[in-house]
Design a protein around this ligand. Structure first.
Ligand code: ZN
Length: 439
């Protein structure tokens, strides 16, 4: 079935970004058949179903390279006792209690809610990191099912750690990695690891061995807080990145999340091993852990992507947060204008190419049909030269009207088609109330 998304402003992105006014994107099956001037596309593809995009801008679907679906039910939850005063206390008092309380149905609903929010925000690909120590076995299957039902793409993993039981989660990852194999372009698998300070050498070695044999990367939090660095120096005599690299967790398919507390020599290790880093500015600000030196990492040739760390599924907002944060942190109004959009629009696509083996983040013939269509009537001229100005100061607040992934319309006229949002939200409220009592 062919669909013509017509009469919009198409922004192709990719290495040779084009801004095409009054244009159409023709989709057939899971891929894009043609992109061009609206009249010409109507003549060439007269039989296609039409979706009018007048007054709208058509972009490639957005990508989030670090998410935690399982964090959903923390929203509005009261945490007993004194407020956590540092990062380790945040983990102990909130996240390690919440993940322990999740049941199988909680896991499904906790995934469905952010999946709906992804669709609402035009986010069509997510790399997720899951934890549910009391309901581990089969948990990734539950999330996979929810992702397939929602219709977006996701790379999934379970966060292995020794904090509950030694090597907890290794079996779930190994099973799921084997099941997914090379993947089908919709679901991919990684070896998930919590963080250096909750992993013994023995567990790390086991995980790295499984990942290496399967040809997948490791997805691990790295030096999010100074405590992770201090732990690694104290127990192993090495800073976090060096310890992880020594055991073999770095590499072209691996994701080192955060990297807030790393030194220059560690940056060189990340660069030399071609490991990708994922920056999560809202989360780092929320946990008050510090500011990742993304400008230095990018200068060293490191591929730095952008994630939300479970804070939200809105990638444009995350991009603007990165833009603002690094201007302020560097006391320099000349920086981050290029780097913040680059992380979202180009680097996240590069990271996904390593995971899924397909080129996302670009509208072009033969490319996957993943689209975010936003209401946007540019109040000033819009072209290739000034697109980033529109992105940072205009599109970031433009509502997403239609979301397409793998050629399927998942939201149209702001109505989610793939999932029953009111029913899912109502059930989630019931389950959250019960789950909170178990904490
Ligand atoms: Zn995280």
């Amino acid at each position: 079935m062919s669909i013509r998304f017509e009469n919009g402003i198409v922004v192709t992105l990719g290495r040779n970004n084009k801004v095409l006014w009054n244009s159409s994107v023709v989709v057939d099956g899971e891929n894009i058949t043609a992109v061009g001037e609206a009249g010409e596309m109507a003549r060439l593809y007269p039989g296609a179903e039409r979706v009018d995009c007048t007054g709208k801008i058509i972009l490639p679907g957005f990508i989030c390279t670090h998410h935690h679906f399982y964090s959903t039910m923390a929203r509005g939850m009261a945490i007993p006792g004194e407020p956590a005063s540092n990062f380790v206390e945040i983990l102990e008092r909130l996240w390690w209690k919440l993940d322990m309380a999740l049941s199988d149905e909680d896991i499904t609903l906790s995934a469905q809610i952010p999946l709906i929010e992804c669709i609402r925000n035009g986010t069509t690909t997510v790399i997720d990191h899951h934890a549910s120590p009391a309901s581990r076995a089969g948990s990734l299957d539950l999330i996979e099912k929810a992702v397939r039902q929602a219709g977006i793409r996701a790379s999934l993993c379970y966060e292995v750690s020794d904090r509950n039981t030694p090597a907890g989660g290794v079996d779930e990852n190994a099973r799921f990695i084997k099941k997914i194999g090379k993947g089908d372009g919709q679901i991919a698998a990684m070896m998930g690891l919590h963080a250096s300070f909750t992993l013994s050498d023995k567990t790390l070695e086991k995980c790295v061995g499984i990942a290496r044999d399967a040809g997948v990367g490791c997805h691990v939090h790295v030096a999010e807080d100074a405590a992770d660095r201090e732990d690694s120096l104290k127990k192993y005599g090495l800073p976090t990145v060096n310890r992880l690299n020594k055991i073999g967790a770095a590499g072209v398919k691996s994701l080192f999340i955060h990297c807030v507390h790393i030194d220059e020599a560690e940056m060189d290790v990340i660069s030399a091993t071609k490991t990708a880093v994922v920056h999560n500015p809202e989360s780092n600000m929320n946990n008050a852990v510090g500011v990742t030196k993304i400008l230095d990492l990018i200068k060293k040739g490191v591929l730095v992507g952008l994630g939300t760390d479970g804070m939200s599924s809105d990638m444009l907002a995350q991009m603007r947060c990165a833009y603002l944060l690094h201007r302020l942190a560097n006391h320099d109004p000349r920086v981050a204008f290029m780097e913040a959009p680059q992380m979202l629009l180009q680097n996240n696509a590069d990271i996904c190419e390593r995971q899924f083996g397909i080129r996302l983040g670009e509208i072009g013939q033969g490319r996957p049909a993943d689209l975010a269509i936003l209401d946007y009537q540019p109040p000033t001229p819009l072209n290739e030269a000034n697109f980033l100005g529109h992105l940072i100061f205009g599109l970031v607040d433009a509502p997403v009207d239609t979301t397409v992934c793998r050629g399927k319309i998942l939201m149209k006229n702001k109505k989610i088609l793939a999932l029953d949002e009111p029913r899912i939200a109502a059930r989630s409220r019931e389950l959250a109330q019960q789950m909170w009592k178990r904490i």
